[in-house]
Design a protein around this ligand. Sequence first.
Ligand SMILES: C[S@@+](CC[C@H](N)C(=O)[O-])C[C@H]1O[C@@H](n2cnc3c(N)ncnc32)[C@H](O)[C@@H]1O
Length: 226
Amino acid sequence: MGIAREVFGDALPVAERYAAFLADAGVERGLIGPREADRLWDRHLINCAVVAEAIPDGAEVVDVGSGAGLPGVVLAIVRPDLKVTLLEPLLRRTTFLNECVDLLGLSNVEVRRGRAEEAAKDLSVDVVTARAVAPLDRLAGWALPLLRPGGELLALKGERAAAELAEAGPVLERFGVRTTELLQVGRGMVDPPTTLVRVVAGQDAGAVGRQQRAPRRAKGSRKRSS
Ligand SMILES: C[S@@+](CC[C@H](N)C(=O)[O-])C[C@H]1O[C@@H](n2cnc3c(N)ncnc32)[C@H](O)[C@@H]1O
């Protein structure tokens, strides 16, 4: 528990309550695998908490595909300065997330039910996080339109991080991203350290996203004259 105390500081009791809720209701409702209960701290809570190292002060964050709240709930616990939106399409999961917010008394979290590709019309934030949601090329297409120019996608990835970044090249180019980077956070706190792919949005990610979502006119159909 020494590392957990170091990572969560004064927020450790809140993190402990979240871990207990995951191990109990999370497993019972199938949001966390039963085998995960024994390794919640290193594989889930600490692994996610160290992502905070890469997030600027006071940032607005959207956690896409939050599931049982990873990493979004953990980030909200460890960084009360952040404003976190947990974006999740499945009702069973948003119900669980709302219960977490109430149980933990998190005043910096909003739970929103929906798919990332439909949320760009009214979200424009500093940071999008995502863990285990989709391969980077698809994830980037959903996440970049949610970012303000210069905002960052932080995707928690495993051993294939570099390969996924390479495969996402054409999509990232289409969205006009500024920079991409692989980084590791949590060295000495979690083994292996957490690998992040950081993608910094360019000026027009929102516009590219809107263009992509615009319905294509069927072949042979005509513009209606008014
Ligand atoms: C494998 S779970 C990962 C959950 C959590 N991030 C974690 O690491 O434990 C993937 C989650 O992404 C959500 N998801 C799938 N497609 C999505 C989309 N288009 N927009 C937002 N969330 C999505 C699913 O409902 C599911 O909760």
